[in-house]
Design a protein around this ligand. Sequence first.
Ligand code: T46
Length: 133
Amino acid sequence: MSLFHWIDFSPLGDERGSLVALEAGSTVPFPIKRVYYIFGTKEGVSRGFHAHRQLQQVAVCVTGKCRMVLDNGKKREEAWLDSPTKGVLIQDMVWREMHDFSPDCVLLVLASEHYDECDYIRNYQDFLDVLKK
Ligand code: T46
């Protein structure tokens, strides 16, 4: 099974343009406690390089694109986030990296928990060690 669990957001379009609504419990499969977005990423910069112990997130590029790498310790996959109507669900204990941000990229992330630095595993070997336990 792919590490990329895509969620399609149905755009509510009319002659004025498009609108996407994200609702906890339907489009987003968890109660949303936090929203953040990453923008203005400098050319050649990559981000992420960590896993979370207990956090679910849905990430969507609302404009622009970036290449996301997901790794569960057994396999590593990558995909482009390049559509405002397509989000990826990232579960616990998945290593993530984001590369090749376009200059206009705005990566919106909905998270199931408040920010907690203790939830991060920022060293890849530590990540593998926690998976083995
Ligand atoms: C993730 C990927 C997709 C906060 O204070 N509150 C927050 O809610 C967040 C997300 C970050 N921060 C602080 C922590 C750092 O000092 O903002 C700084 C940058 O965070 P970080 O280096 O973790 O950013 P990324 O882009 O590497 O990772 C972020 C999220 O942190 C992470 O959960 O899954 O985006």
